[in-house]
Structures are given as C-alpha cells and as structure tokens.
Design a protein around this ligand. Structure first.
Ligand code: SAM
Length: 250
C-alpha cells in the first residue's frame, strides 16, 4: 500500500514505533524530538504523492527503516566536541536529517544532486525551524573539490548511494584527517569491505570497524562500516562526475 497521508491512528502508530525503537537501542531523546520527526514524516509521505522520495510510506516502515535506522551511527563511539557532519546523497534526508534533529549541537550539511529533493529538504527544515542544517545541491564529485567543503567534516555519513569502493571516492575527500566516514549498509556490508580493499588506502582511509547490527523492531540486518581518514585524499580524487560509478576503484 502506498500512503499519501496518515490518519490520526497512523500518526500515533508512527510515534509509538519510533519511541519503542529508540528505547530498545537506549537512545535518549529531547522532548520535542518525536514531534519534529512526526512533522517531517508526515511531510515526507504527503510530498511523496507527487514527488518520488521513498518507497516506504507505512508508519512502521517509516519509523524503523528511515528514522531509527538513520540514528544507528549513535550506537558507535562518536567523537565528543563540535561535530560538523555531511550526509552525501541524502535524498529525502536520511540519515542526515534525523541525526541533525537528535543532535542540535551538530552542524549538518545535506548534499544531494537532485534539486527537487533539496527543495523538499529546504521546506521541511524551514518548517521545523532548524538552524543547524544546511542544504546543498550538487554532485559529490564536484562539491568535494570545493575548498570550503573538502577535508572539512569530522563525520561523513551516507546510505543507499553506491557500493563501498564508489562511495569511498565520493565521501572520503570531505572528511577531516582524523575524522570518520560511516557507511550505513545492509546485510552484505562485509562483502563490500572486501571489494574496497584497494580503494581504502588509495583514498587515505583506514578501516576502523565493521559493526553488524539488527534493527530493534523487525530484526532486519544492517552493517555500519567505519573508516577513519588517515591522511588527506590525493587531489586526483574524486574523479570527474560519473567516473567513480563507471570505473570503480576495484
Ligand atoms: N540516503 C537516502 C536514503 O537512504 O534514503 C537516499 C538514497 S537514494 C537511493 C540515493 C540518493 O543519492 C539520491 O537522492 C541521489 O540523487 C543521490 N546521489 C546519487 N549519486 C550522487 C552523487 N554523486 N552526488 C550527490 N548525490 C548523489
């Protein structure tokens, strides 16, 4: 079933499942976090009626597969202190926007190459009154060459954008030396790590951890791949737009 709007019961169900999932993971939230997520989720489902944002529109699915899943990086030991983060290929805002909502002290950039999705994100963050989020329209290959963005993020996250060898080329250039790239992957994450054996050192990355997790309500398997940036990425990377995908560093 494709939902284009939730009724009161469905809104209630979304809030309940979100709360339940976060409690199961021991993630504490500020009082208005659930309200903000609800506003965002309702906008996602309504906008999805005329703009392709997501295949998941049911309350349980949105709560767990979009919101709870997006917060999975909080299961890791993340750096304390000021965090500047970027979500590469954020789409409708996952995982970057839920992370920005739960961590108001982080400064989060949401990057996507599809302008219509960026417009949805601008409207939504404005409606939520968020001041710690910046929306950026562009391709990672181009944005990563902008000196204002390259090497500037202590945390880079990305979900469902490309396989790991490609993703590393798109994401590692944004990470500050000593910072981390976190890839949110499905059950075959470990196989992707194997594929990325050459790309990792070539781009200045060092594999820190491969963490297998289960979503708290459905038990669906996920993998968090954490890569620490050891040294600056060579200026040759990322290659021109489209090349990382066409000729992955295998
Ligand atoms: N991360 C979101 C999620 O998990 O729900 C969206 C995933 S969607 C399958 C992939 C998104 O990445 C799309 O919105 C697409 O426009 C964006 N994307 C793909 N390649 C990109 C690139 N090279 N630079 C920036 N965005 C890109």
């Amino acid at each position: 079933v494709k939902f284009t709007q939730w009724n009161g019961e469905q809104v209630f169900r979304f809030r309940q499942q979100l709360d339940k999932g976060l409690q199961a993971w021991g993630i504490a939230v500020l009082p208005d976090f659930i309200d903000h997520c609800t506003t965002y989720a309702e906008a996602l489902v309504a906008t999805n009626a005329h703009l392709n944002l997501t295949a998941i529109t049911d309350p349980d699915g949105v709560a767990e597969k979009h919101f709870v899943d997006s917060l999975s990086p909080l299961l890791l030991n993340l750096p304390n202190g000021p965090v500047t983060a970027i979500d590469v290929g954020t789409g409708a805002g996952f995982p970057g926007l839920p992370l920005a909502l739960i961590r108001p002290q982080w400064r989060v950039t949401l990057l996507d190459s599809l302008n219509k999705r960026c417009r949805f994100l601008s409207e939504t963050t404005e409606r939520l009154g968020l001041t710690n989020v910046q929306i950026l329209h562009g391709r990672a290959e181009d944005s990563a060459r902008n000196p204002l963005l390259r090497d500037k993020y202590s945390i880079v996250v990305s979900r469902a954008v490309a396989r790991l060898p490609v993703l590393l080329e798109l994401c590692l250039p944004f990470v500050t030396v000593g910072g981390s790239f976190i890839a949110l992957k499905g059950p075959d994450g470990p196989a992707e790590v194997e594929e990325a054996k050459r790309a990792l050192p070539l781009l200045g990355g060092d594999l820190e951890e491969v963490k297998s997790i289960a979503l708290p309500l459905s038990g669906d398997r996920r993998t968090l791949i954490i890569v620490r940036k050891q040294k600056p990425t060579d200026a040759a990377y990322p290659r021109k737009a489209g090349i990382p995908n066409r000729k992955p560093l295998l």
